[in-house]
Design a protein around this ligand. Structure first.
Ligand code: HEM
Length: 193
């Protein structure tokens, strides 16, 4: 067990093996029909979404509130090591969530109706628009400003402070948007609202 859990790659692989064993043992339907592939895409979509929003909430629930409590000489552990790593998974999980979500809507046959907010796809349409705005914020506001704030890109101290504030406020805006966005994501399966 120790050999598996000491490696993240092996741990994730073990999760997939466990899933395959579970599917085989329960005789779950893996027929490979169009509906099954849409279900498979929904699973990939939720995995990506959990990684994205999990890291967004980590930043907002844990990292940002903890920064003022950390002595200055220890701050580089966050700004030079943890934050860049977290931001790597954060932005790519955001992109993966968008791609799998759009593919899921295409495979479900309602992408145009949903984006046009037509009934009965209004809930998922609203959720998709909110999540697209959030993904735009990640790639075009949070990430470029975090690069300045963390010193990945060198700028004047005043610009660095401004960038850090803008990244933080946009991250907060995304945290706010995540509440109605997630409601809309799950509302579609529940006959909307
Ligand atoms: C632009 C980004 C996104 C797009 C295009 C998108 C698209 C979709 C679509 C088409 C569905 C299927 C709805 C249905 O027919 O039941 C869905 C469901 C869902 N999405 Fe997203 N989504 C996005 C972002 C997110 C994010 C950030 C999360 C965060 C976790 C998320 C979590 C979920 C969940 C939990 C479901 C429900 C699955 C179910 O009820 O079986 N989505 N999304």
């Amino acid at each position: 067990m120790g050999a598996i859990f000491q490696s993240l790659g092996r741990t994730l692989l073990a999760g997939v093996v466990l899933l395959v064993l579970m599917v085989l043992a329960t005789g779950a339907n893996v027929a490979g029909s169009d509906a099954w592939w849409a279900f498979f895409m929904r699973w990939l979509h939720v995995l990506s979404g959990v990684l994205w929003i999990g890291l967004l909430w980590y930043f907002n629930f844990v990292q940002i509130p903890s920064m003022p409590k950390i002595p200055d000489e220890q701050k580089p552990a966050i700004s030079k090591v943890i934050a860049p790593e977290a931001l790597f998974w954060f932005r790519w999980a955001a992109l993966s969530t968008v791609i799998t979500g759009l593919l899921l809507a295409i495979m479900s046959g309602y992408i145009a109706s949903a984006l046009a907010l037509q009934r009965p796809f209004t809930p998922i349409g609203i959720g998709m628009w909110i999540a697209l705005v959030m993904a735009f914020n990640v790639w075009f506001i949070i990430w470029p400003n975090q690069k300045k704030a963390l010193g990945i890109v060198t700028v004047e101290p005043a610009e660095k402070a401004k960038a850090a504030r803008l990244a933080m406020l946009t991250s907060r805006a995304n945290t706010m948007l995540s509440i109605p966005m997630l409601f809309c994501m799950v509302a579609q399966q529940n006959n909307g609202f």
